[in-house]
Design a binder for this molecule. Sequence first.
Ligand SMILES: [Zn+2]
Length: 170
Amino acid sequence: MRDKSLPKNYPSHFPKSKKEESEFGEGKKDILICKKCNAVYYYKSWHHRLDDYPYLSEKKNLKFVLCPACQMIKEKKYEGEVIVENVSQKVRKEIINTVKNMGEEAFRRDPQDRIISIKETNGNSKRISILTTENQLAVRIGKKIARTFKGKLNIRYSKKESTARIKVVL
Ligand SMILES: [Zn+2]
């Protein structure tokens, strides 16, 4: 018997519309997994592990992608830059440890917030430069270093690139 809810001219193999396909293919039902760092995307944000996902028993499509942080690192991009100048040998290690700790803490809270690199340059004035995937992390690091090591803080935001550049002169 004919299904009365369907229109009379409804073809037996009605093709899915593009919209429907994308809603069911790439929409809310998919779980994205970063192939680089294993971060997992669900509930509209990135998480550390799939194990924490409460509905894992439901069949979901797993898609392997690069998460925004890994993508950013791959493309050598960053959102935050902290430059610390006039770093004396006495505080060098302490500053680096402070930065590392803050990076680990941020990463634990959100897998998208990370320190990309910590570089030391030995010129006339010794400097440390730090790149982060997230601008607020860079601002927090800059403020903490300025406060702890009595430096002069300068923060510049670029709305266009959504980056923060922080300079701390000790
Ligand atoms: Zn990743």
